[in-house]
Write a protein that binds this ligand. Structure first.
Ligand SMILES: *Cc1c(COP(=O)(O)O)cnc(C)c1O
Length: 342
């Protein structure tokens, strides 16, 4: 199957599977699992933070960060449309007990002036306490936030005495798109979550990174949330391969997405929405196109797509997708459209 639905569909590589089979494990709650410790060391190193903690998922890492940074009834300043607000099922209200105070930013990016506008004076008797700024890079819409905007937001937050969390689920794709090191992006935050289980290809897991004290407190909260795991080195071993090997090739996925967007825009009635920065392509498609039928047609040809939106389609590239696969996809879409008079 050629799977364009998401980069979460990636399967562990052969190198990952053999690393998993041979992993040295121990009880990680007792601090005995040397493989997890090595993964956490590597994650801290690549993000330029003092420490890191392994968590089961990206949402878990984000929510753990909110819980650890804030107090109940605090407000978190962020842009509308970020994953923490739109795709984590209201967990911020349930777990940390905070309110997400969103800015309607046309490009989805949060700037210093936005933070200044929403910040509450801590001495005000009438306002909730502003407890945190939450950033995202790359954004869920496939765009990357330039370092200058990240730095502007971070500097403003620091001036106001606020901690900054970064949702960097696809931070390796973002760094490749920006042509910089991951640590240059994470220099603009106090804590960062990134996913091992998306473009990096590991089967499970995300990392939360920050300073020693923050990660120590996060470790306790992880246990409270039921996310402390035992002989988890079997999974962490795949994470190490993700960080040391797979991170080096991730720029290819961005380039393939660019190639896919060019091919798609040659199909009559298809036009690419927004510039593609990372491994995701969003295209507007003719309203007469029945995406469900198209998906069924492609499935018979061993290609998977996901109809997510009306009049718009999203395709995601990853290490399981080659240029040839992209040619096959676009040729089949074209023949489907011609066959259905679209
Ligand atoms: C996928 C994703 C997450 C959450 O990851 P899960 O592992 O699916 O919980 C968080 N933020 C962004 C921007 C994502 O794309």
């Amino acid at each position: 199957m050629i799977d364009f639905r998401s980069d979460t569909v990636t399967k562990p590589t052969d190198e990952m599977r053999s690393a998993m089979a041979e992993a040295i494990v121990g009880d990680d709650v007792f601090g005995d699992d040397t493989t997890v410790k090595e993964l956490e060391r590597l994650a801290a190193e690549v993000t330029g933070k003092q420490a890191a903690v392994f968590v089961p998922s990206g949402s878990f890492g984000n929510q753990l960060s909110l819980l650890t940074h804030t107090r109940r009834a605090d407000e978190v300043i962020c842009a509308e449309g970020i994953h923490i607000v739109d795709h984590e099922l209201g967990a911020a209200a349930l777990i940390a007990g905070v309110t997400m105070r969103t800015v309607n930013s046309p490009d989805g990016m949060l700037r210093g002036e936005d933070i200044r506008k929403l910040f509450h004076d801590p001495n005000s008797p009438l306002d909730a306490v502003t407890g945190l700024v939450a950033l995202e890079n790359a954004l869920s819409n496939g765009r990357v936030v330039p370092l200058s905007i990240m730095k502007d937001a971070y500097d403003t937050a620091k001036e106001l005495g606020l901690p900054v969390h970064l949702d960097g689920a696809r931070i390796f794709n973002a760094a490749a798109a920006l042509g910089c090191e991951v640590s240059e992006i994470t220099a603009c935050c106090d804590s960062v979550m990134f996913c091992l289980s998306k473009g990096l290809g590991a089967p499970i897991g995300s990392m939360l990174c920050g300073d020693e004290d923050f990660i120590k407190r996060a470790r306790k909260n992880r246990k409270r949330m039921g996310g402390a795991m035992r002989q988890v080195g079997v999974i962490a071993a795949a994470g190490i391969v993700a960080l040391t090997t797979m991170s080096k090739r991730i720029g290819e996925d961005n380039k393939n997405a660019e190639y896919l967007s060019q091919k798609l825009s040659q199909i009559s009635g298809f036009s690419v929405i927004d510039k593609v920065d990372i491994n995701m392509v969003f295209v507007s498609v003719p309203s007469s196109l029945n995406q469900q039928l198209l998906a069924e047609f492609l499935k018979k040809e061993n290609i998977l797509i996901i109809p997510l939106f009306e009049g718009m389609m999203r395709f995601v590239t990853h290490h399981g997708i080659t240029k040839n696969d992209i040619d096959t996809l676009t040729e089949l879409i074209e023949s489907f459209c011609i066959g259905h008079n679209i």
